[in-house]
Design a protein around this ligand. Structure first.
Ligand code: PLP
Length: 396
């Protein structure tokens, strides 16, 4: 099964309603307005900088500015290859630095699939791991979270926004619960940073993971923001990153990430714009195809994310029709060699497998326009309507 569709329309322009997934890699990072001496060239070299073993002064200045934009001190930034590595460093590092009587870890049940693999690996190695459930509307079950706290908890690891539903997690509340129990809070903010305002110092988190390609930066670079003074055992030994993450620094990536952060001007206005496009898409689809069901519509979520099913039309079928229209969207289901499995997020919300296997996710980005949405609303319903009627006639 194809999990995501991206096709160039005849005009040569891609209409991506799939902005939460990685873009096809281009060989450059955004150029700063007004020119930038630090742009990354196709060969991976910095525009006017020789890539040296240590950041030069201008690179350092860019990183310091990037840190300020994230609301942290430069010393609190540990560069990594992306969010997966940052998540591993946070959880394994904070756990290893915790007191022997604090060796339990609490994750949410809807973390990113790779992060849940880490949870399983820890459990298999003998660490006690507990999962916080979610409610039927996609929100975290805060009562269950409170009940899982205790003097043996080393840390809680919680995403800021879910990568499928877009639902925002109660980071401040969980931080307060964790801290009251003497535990730390790690937040995977990969989906939130760039889409909504974020400030590390005011977030209530002790450690935060992020990934540059989620906010139009290059792939293969991310960071763990680690509150100054919080011990976190190094997972990759070496002298770089103040001994906290070994391996030669990815300087082009670091500059690209800092530049991408700088280009994230006016996040609030862009969030409002994307939310209005998302709402127009959802209202239009529901009007044209009343069988449309939208998940998590009534709870706070990322501005550009829409997660829905059209009746129980297979997501394969919907994605194929979208592909014909030159629209990129994605499936909530996971593909594996053993077949297709329902999304673990929808399953955790109590959604039936047949419904979950129909899940389609649209995500708006900075380049999505009202024209894109209107065109989709004109062209998609006529393609799906006959299929829905067929589905109705053949239903048992
Ligand atoms: N965490 C979340 C919430 C994500 O959405 C993703 C990627 O989509 C990741 C982690 C993994 O990020 P990376 O590819 O930078 O390792």
């Amino acid at each position: 099964m194809c999990c995501a569709v991206t096709r160039t329309v005849s005009s040569g322009r891609k209409r991506r309603l799939q902005h939460d997934l990685p873009r096809p890699q281009r060989h450059h990072t955004p150029r700063k307005r007004g020119g930038c001496s630090n742009a990354v060239r196709a060969d991976g070299q910095l525009g006017q900088c020789v890539v040296a073993a240590r950041p030069g002064a201008s690179v350092q200045a860019g990183i310091e500015h990037g840190a300020r934009l994230l609301g942290c001190k430069p010393v609190e930034v540990i560069f990594t290859s992306g969010a997966t590595e940052a998540n591993h460093l946070a959880v394994r590092g904070l756990l290893a630095s915790s007191a022997p009587e604090r060796q339990r870890v609490v994750f949410s049940s809807i973390e990113h699939a790779a992060h849940l693999r880490l949870a399983r690996a820890l459990a298999q190695s003998g660490v006690q791991v507990d999962l916080i459930p979610v409610l039927g509307d996609g929100r975290l079950d805060l009562d269950a979270a409170a009940a899982l706290m205790g003097p043996d908890v080393a840390l809680v690891s919680l995403m800021a926004a879910n990568n499928e539903t877009g639902v925002l997690m109660p980071v401040a509340e969980v931080g307060a619960l964790a801290h009251a129990a003497g535990a730390l809070l790690h937040v995977d903010a990969t989906q939130l940073i760039g889409k909504l305002p974020f400030h590390f110092a005011g977030s209530g988190a002790d450690a935060v993971s992020l990934s540059a390609h989620k906010f139009h930066g290059p792939k293969g670079i991310g960071a763990l923001l680690l509150r100054q003074g919080v011990p976190c055992a190094t997972q990759t030994l070496g002298s770089q990153e103040r001994g906290r993450r070994g391996g030669t620094e990815n300087l082009p990536g670091m500059v690209g990430m800092a530049t991408a952060l700088e280009l994230l001007y006016d996040i609030r206005a862009e969030a409002t714009r994307q939310a209005s496009l998302r709402d127009a898409l959802e209202a239009g689809l529901t009007r044209a195809l009343p069988e449309t069901h939208i998940w998590c519509q009534q709870v706070p979520r990322l501005p550009g994310t829409s997660y829905l099913r059209v009746g129980q039309l297979s997501v394969d079928v919907v994605l194929q029709r979208l592909e014909r229209l030159g629209v990129a969207a994605s499936s909530g289901a996971a593909c594996s060699s053993g077949g297709t499995t329902a999304s673990h997020v929808l399953t955790a919300m109590g959604v039936a497998a047949d419904d979950a296997l129909a899940a389609v996710r649209f995500s708006m980005g900075r380049t999505t326009t009202l024209d894109d949405v209107n065109r989709l609303l004109r062209t998609l319903p006529p393609l799906l309507e006959p299929l829905l009627r067929e589905e109705f006639l053949t239903a048992p």
